[in-house]
Design a protein around this ligand. Structure first.
Ligand SMILES: *Cc1c(COP(=O)(O)O)cnc(C)c1O
Length: 373
């Protein structure tokens, strides 16, 4: 094939040729329920606080930002400690421009040539891309029919493949299902024993949306030195545009990432905005409670309409099954409602929006799928 030496242009890496960049269609329709954004923007008080913080940061923009983002790490550690059994220290926290960047950094530090990353499908579609971009071998196991992890099979896969990184979204995207703590424990033990020394990354991008009584993997941090829990401000904090993701792990893991991060990767503006948003956590998390109630009502409605619905601990719901899911997706779009055609064949994913948006979704689905037997 054509490579840089045989005249290919531009001289892209062989394995990247012909690949489309990742991304859901960004269509301008009235009801957008396709990328799990928070439908509620920040309050006027939060917006004012952010504006003041940015103005203050602007005064010193001639200087590089705090490379160790100490104030932000301290605030994130205090926030995370509320979900943990033992309080989390700033040295246990790392942040980057979205949790996507955090996870890419994890693969840069702990993956690489000769190493393997593992997840269990259906899973987040970005994971294989981090593996590809870091020349890490990618292996996907399967989840069970009900999207839970078959623990024996998962443990066996880890024993055979000896991954240096295991990526586990919980709640999972696109299914919405959370992992029980036993599953995380079993995989931490399987990955961490002997000469493998693999890390287990529990991606809790939707952690704040979990149902009452569902624990966070943060509670397990004191038990497993190879456990990493990632979070993001994109969903619960209504900050998808901010680009701030973070993790909690053993301090040695945070130190290792410092080797691969770009210098000053978190801008002074990002740090200031994230700190201001964190000061408004109670108000933002109040909206999360509204969305959790709306999510539970949506699951109940879909089940009453006799759809198959995966249990959801996230701000979206996977439902089906359709002989022709694309036709249903298109029918909804024709009625001004954009959802996501993703997940196993026959299923569709809808993000939870405002009560008005969900009413529009229900009306459109009833209309589109009226003929269903
Ligand atoms: C939305 C999402 C994220 C968050 O990505 P950011 O880069 O923080 O915006 C991470 N993991 C999963 C599984 C997601 O769905």
């Amino acid at each position: 094939m054509s490579g840089p030496t045989t005249g290919g242009w531009p001289p892209l890496r062989e394995e990247l040729r012909g690949i489309e960049p990742y991304g859901a269609p960004q269509l301008d329709v009235p009801v957008q329920l396709n990328v799990n954004e928070n439908p509620y923007g920040p309050s006027p008080a939060c917006v004012a606080d952010i504006a003041t913080a940015v103005a203050q940061a602007a005064v010193t923009l001639n200087r590089y930002p705090d490379r160790e983002f100490t104030a932000l790490r301290t605030a994130l550690a205090a926030y995370l400690s509320k979900d943990a059994t033992a309080s989390i220290a700033p040295e246990q926290v790392w942040a980057a421009n979205g949790s996507n960047e955090v996870m890419l950094q994890l693969l840069q530090a702990f993956g690489g040539p000769g190493r393997t990353a593992v997840s269990f499908a259906p899973t987040y579609s970005m994971y294989p891309e981090y593996a590809r971009d870091t020349n890490t071998r990618w292996v996907a196991g399967r989840r069970a029919e009900d999207f839970a992890l078959d623990l024996d099979a998962a443990r066996d896969l880890v024993k055979t493949e000896r991954p240096s990184v295991i990526l586990l979204p919980s709640p999972n995207n696109p299914t919405g299902t959370a992992l029980p703590p036993e599953a995380v424990g079993v995989l931490c033990e399987a990955a961490g024993d002997g000469d493998t020394n693999g890390i287990v990354v529990v991606d809790e991008a939707y952690g704040e949306f979990r149902r009452t009584g569902v624990p966070s993997a943060l509670e397990l941090l004191p038990s497993y030195r190879n456990l990493v829990v990632t979070r993001t401000m994109s969903k619960a904090f209504a900050g998808a545009g901010l680009r701030l993701g973070y993790l909690a792990a053993a301090p040695e893991i945070c130190d290792a990432i410092r080797v691969v991060r770009l210098p000053y990767h978190l801008s002074a503006v990002t740090q200031a905005v994230a700190l201001a948003a964190l000061r408004h956590a109670p108000e933002l998390l109040g909206k999360v409670d509204d969305l959790r109630r709306e999510r539970d009502a949506l699951v109940d409605w879909l089940r009453a309409e006799e759809y198959d619905v995966a249990d959801s601990d996230a701000n979206f719901v996977l439902f089906g099954r359709f002989a022709d899911r694309h036709a249903v997706w298109q029918g909804l779009l024709d009625r001004g409602v954009l959802i996501r055609e993703t997940g196993p064949d026959g299923w569709l994913r809808v993000s939870v929006g405002t009560p008005e948006e969900m009413a529009a979704f229900r009306a459109a689905l009833t209309d589109v799928d009226g003929e269903r037997a």
